[in-house]
Write a protein that binds this ligand. Structure first.
Ligand code: C5P
Length: 217
């Protein structure tokens, strides 16, 4: 039977790099659920929706058509047929995604999409996000919850952003995680049956090996 792996945790824990590498190594599909929330946020911004108004967001949450490509070596994401892989990583989208993803109508829509992608991945899939083990795929075969100290996470993130100020990065990251952890609908949380892996003092390679071993057990 197809194996389903859920990998959750806050930003800067190495979640994406780990999930992609594990999927590639085990021949599984890969779904980046954060990219889907970023894509719907990009659409809202692009269409002049006031993202501080949850009812305005809810009213149009069903409009954009979001499609995710699940090859771990070349994941793609399109909105109404347009490739938005680049635009969804801007600071503007990053700063607004928590507000958009907190709206229940957005979560219901994206959650349904995630479940259908997972169900159609015949060879199995690694799904990374914030609420995969708790809400989206509570019956996943393996649930991993990645953590890391705020210092390690900020250092990784500012490394990725090439030259971004460490303090600013740290504040923005902690603010987004706090918003994601305190929203009412399926907040960022560790499932009771998830294996917690603290990545603060591990290399990416060590985290990948650890997760691959857990899948193979
Ligand atoms: O993983 P990434 O940092 O790209 O996620 C962007 C945002 O999408 C998160 O900060 C969170 O607001 C939202 N998200 C979510 N649930 C998920 C994945 C991401 O609410 N399963």
């Amino acid at each position: 039977p197809a194996v389903i792996v859920a990998i959750d945790g806050p930003s800067g824990t190495g979640k994406s790099s780990t999930s992609k590498a594990v999927a590639a190594q085990l021949g599984l599909s890969y779904l980046d659920t954060g990219a889907q929330y970023r894509a719907i946020t990009w659409w809202m911004v692009n269409n002049g929706i006031d993202v501080s108004d949850p009812s305005a967001i809810a009213a149009v949450a069903a409009k954009p058509e979001i499609v995710s490509g699940t090859d771990p070596s070349a994941p793609t994401i399109t909105v109404d047929g347009t490739d938005v892989s680049g635009p969804i990583r801007t600071q503007e989208v990053t700063s607004k995604v928590s507000a958009v993803s907190a709206v229940p109508e957005v979560r219901a829509r994206i959650t349904e999409l995630q479940r259908s992608v997972a169900a159609s991945a015949e060879g199995g899939i690694v799904v990374e996000g914030r609420d995969i083990g708790t809400t989206v795929l509570p019956d996943a075969d393996l649930k991993i919850f990645l953590t890391a100290s705020p210092e390690a996470r900020a250092a990784r993130r500012s490394g990725e952003l090439k030259g971004a100020d460490l303090h600013t990065t740290r504040e923005a990251l902690l603010k987004r995680d706090a918003a994601d952890s305190t929203r009412k609908t399926s907040p960022l949380a560790k499932a009771d049956d998830a294996v917690e892996v603290d990545t603060s003092d591990l290399t990416l390679q060590q985290v990948i090996e650890c997760v691959v071993t857990l899948v193979e057990e």
